[in-house]
Design a protein around this ligand. Structure first.
Ligand code: TYD
Ligand code: MG
Length: 453
């Protein structure tokens, strides 16, 4: 096959150059030129005229909008994040650290789906034998799972053409390369080109496509991030590879709600869905310890109880602020609020905070729990047994309500928690059995309350 001509396009200004340059000749930015395939001849003005003739414009009211049909994968927790199941022609990107369980989950999904549709599993990272071995270990039946070990895009596209699967997994997008580009597999240009081709194929054939992508610790330039706008759904795996729990979070979904999560446990028989995950991120202390506060966070439709830990320790001249699973900038802000409004100073102390179990918490309702954990560590005094907190903290020191506070409190009550500090607007009208609720409006009130508890 003749090679298409390639040009170099600046990703800052869109200018092009026939050869690679360190500095864009158009906008002067450094290191922004990337290899792309040149538009074939006949493009430009004529192409638009041709398009205009062939595709009529209609009003939204005239377009028949059928609800998208979903096919459940058979893995309930995966269906939950997908918004009910897979959609015909939908393209899903699954990202996550290496070794977290992407291949395992997709092999299970492929096997479950193979009973109702034609499936294809393209493996670029492992050999067919390795996949077969994994499938045996997972005790999957695998009779109808078609596997192809291939990394060249054109050959994969040809296979898709002949096999006509209804569900196809590409594991992983970083291993693929297209003959059309000379850059190495895994480079931004290759990843983007391959994904764009596969997406077009999915839309044209109605095949549901799942692309696996690795995220490296550095945020990975060539990682799945560059693909997020091309695909319909983006799922990310979270969790600590050392613990057995894994979260799958939807961060974009054209066919459903985002911020729904699926919870799995890694067992020796693969990933098993956890239907009632509310208590899995609590560590078990026989006695309450200083620096630990349980937060009730709301993930999608389900409340989750997560232990927030803080350690405040005397630091050097430039004390450190470190957070795992929570935003570091938010931590700096909270420390400033704590100092300014509650008079608690940590300016000469190292402050570390951690969300137990490798969960990532992005909702601001975690603020109050973080502050209380820090205060508890600073004083060296544990919070009372069965204590929970949630609420957003503002720069003015106010404690703002969290969405769906009632549900959070009910879940905590169900799990046997007995004391809570919550924002005033979240205080329930009717008492919740077994739960003593202290409602606060300001940070200093919450800190004052702690002293008395
Ligand atoms: P894998 O799916 O290969 O990760 P990824 O594709 O995201 O890189 O998961 C590999 C890890 O899962 C590996 O460390 C072993 C573990 N594992 C189990 O604990 N039980 C199992 O049944 C399987 C198949 C894997
Ligand atoms: Mg893998």
């Amino acid at each position: 096959m003749a090679k298409d001509k390639t040009i170099y396009t600046c990703n800052a200004c869109g200018g092009t150059s026939p050869k690679w340059l360190g500095k864009c000749p158009h906008c002067g930015e450094w290191n922004t030129l990337e290899e792309t395939i040149a538009e074939p001849a006949g493009s430009g003005k004529n192409r638009f005229q041709a398009l205009a003739k062939s595709s009529p414009v209609s009003t939204l009211a005239d377009i028949e909008a059928a609800d998208v049909e979903r096919t459940p994968t058979g893995l309930d927790e995966l269906d939950r994040v997908l918004g009910g199941g897979i959609v015909e022609g939908g393209v899903v990107l699954i990202g996550g650290d290496p070794g977290i369980g992407k291949s395992t989950l997709l092999l299970q999904a492929v096997d479950a789906l193979s009973r109702q549709m034609k499936v294809l599993y393209v493996t670029g990272e492992e050999s067919g034998a390795q996949v077969a071995l994994r499938s045996r270990r997972l005790s999957l039946d695998g009779k109808q799972v078609r596997v192809q070990a291939e990394i060249q895009l054109e050959r994969i596209l040809a296979t898709l053409e002949t096999e006509q699967p209804a569900f196809c997994v590409i594991d992983s997008i970083q291993t693929l390369y297209s003959d059309q580009l000379s850059s190495a597999p895994g480079s931004v240009a290759q990843v983007r080109e391959c994904a764009a081709h596969l997406t077009r194929t999915a839309k044209a054939s109605g095949c549901t496509m799942v692309l696996v992508g690795h995220v490296t610790k550095e945020g990975a330039l060539a990682g799945p991030r560059v693909l997020e706008h091309i695909v319909d759904t983006v799922l990310y795996f979270e969790g600590d590879t050392h613990s057995s729990f894994r979260l799958v979070r939807a961060i974009k979904n054209r066919f459903g709600a985002v911020n729904e999560i699926g919870v799995f446990a890694m067992t020796d028989k693969g990933l098993k869905g956890v239907t009632n995950p509310s208590a899995i991120f609590l560590s078990t202390h026989s006695e309450p310890v200083p620096g630990s506060c349980v937060l009730v966070t709301l993930e999608g439709t389900r409340p989750l109880l997560v232990e927030i830990q803080a350690l405040v320790d005397s630091g050097g001249p430039s004390p450190r602020r470190l957070s795992v699973g929570l935003e570091r900038d938010r931590l700096a802000m909270l420390l400033a609020v704590l100092h300014r409004h509650a008079g608690v100073a940590c300016s000469d102390q190292d402050v570390f905070v951690n969300a137990v179990g490798g969960v990532r918490i992005s909702e601001p309702a975690a603020d109050l729990a973080v502050l209380l954990a820090i205060q508890s560590s600073l004083r060296g005094k544990a919070l009372p047994r069965g204590f929970i907190a949630f609420g957003e903290v503002g720069l003015a020191g106010e404690v703002r309500p969290a969405p769906r506070g009632q549900e959070r409190l009910k879940e905590a009550g169900k799990l046997g928690f007995s004391v809570a500090i919550v924002p005033k607007a979240n205080a329930p009208k009717k008492p919740i059995e077994g739960l003593i609720i202290h409602a606060v409006e300001r940070v200093e009130q919450a800190i004052e309350l702690l002293r008395g508890l």
